[in-house]
Design a protein. Sequence first.
Length: 520
Amino acid sequence: MNDRLPDTKQEKPDRMLQAALGVAVKVLIVEDQEDARWVLTHVMRLAGFITLHAATGENAIDLIQRHSPDIVMLDIGLPDMNGFEVLTRIKSIDKVLPVIMVTGSGKPFDAARAVRAGCWDYITKPFRNEDVLHTVRSALAEKNAKLHVRHIVNVPEKTGLLLHSMGDSPSLKEIQREVELVARTNFSILVTGESGTGKELVTQAVHALSPRKDKALVAVDCGAITESLIESELFGHEKGAFTGAHQAKAGAFELANGGTIFLDEIGNLPITLQGKLLRVLETRHIHRIGSSHERKVDFRVVSATNANLLSMVEKHEFREDLYHRLAEYLIQIPPLRERKEDLVFLVHRFLAQTNSELGKQVKDLSISAWALVQRYEWHGNVRELRNHLRRAVLRCENSAGLISPEMLGLPNQPDRTLPPVELIATPPMVPRSHLHSPHISYAQRHASVDGSHLSLKELMAEESAKVEVAILIKVMRESGGNKALAARTLHIDYKTIHTKLKLYKISATQYMNGDLAPDG
């Protein structure tokens, strides 16, 4: 673990974040290892945050209930319960509290399970202090945006073209066609997809291509509003309608008059309020709390959810009549792992954005980093990709401006997610005793097992490994077996090339006389 504390001359308290949240930011650190807890505590304090500490899951739950922290850093390995159990309990208390999970570098990490349980992001030990602060600040900034549970969205130019913001895979081209088709109508639209797939971008595209584009797009996060306030946020209230109602307030539907209202995370809407929403959708009239008369409103509604609403209907957690009213037209966004053709576009988009934000000039990913990005599952979808690329740009200091696999900070995955590279590079049909023979050809050395026994994921990983091996052999041959020179040529450090040569059973001495080269 990096136990170097940040330079106090460089670190400044996050006063803007504190001002936005209204009080000094409280960070709960849940970590049973004293040295790791000490490092995280001092990093947070030097950044101007208040810290709370817990060494067990039960202690963490108690502190959340008593002190309401703004963010939680949660270690997976705790003495009393698994970190995933703690995460689930945290989300049952506060759905919008951002939780950053901390995982050991030598342990597999199930990103899919973390995303399903509500993890905002994760970092891997050993971590760098600047990575931790970058992640915490990003999570707090997003939380601050969600504190404004309803807001008028500023729709940029060209928003109607999803291919300019999400990619150009066949599935996205089909979604673009659907958006263009339904945007001209007044249909209620339900956008579904996993967390982080881009549901709000699709909503913005619908609004931008609709006859309502010159009016407001008002977004409401149904998961970020307490049940006692959501009716007021949606429909408004009159002065004195309840304690604290010091003046009259228009609701989101009134603000969206003539335009579009976006109901995000509609599955979180309390069942007690679903009937009132249904009535507004059917009558196009709203009734402010405390008012004696109704107001007519003209709006188009777009809803979004990462939940299975039909399953919730079967469990009587969501009204069936409301579902059908909201889903007059359904747009389903596939997860990133099912549209990997968009990765190249998204990577370059996020590199450009982060370069501009940080004043850097990172050019691209290395070949091996691209191979890792292509075979990773991205269960956190585009949001997870963006978070890792932002941290990688922050870390990248090499003169070539290339991001290495290590800079991406992706965790070790369970076996089902990432096939072991050694099995790919040294298949069973090649005896280990022959691996170091200079007379074994490249094709023989890295011959694949029968393709019929491999899944598409395994075949892609195998081909990626072959590309990396071919590059290593070419550079080692050109450098005459000089590992230091080869490392400089590839813009990686000596330890990295030594580890890769050892992994692929490539001996530097074989290239000193030019005896071995890949078969052409």
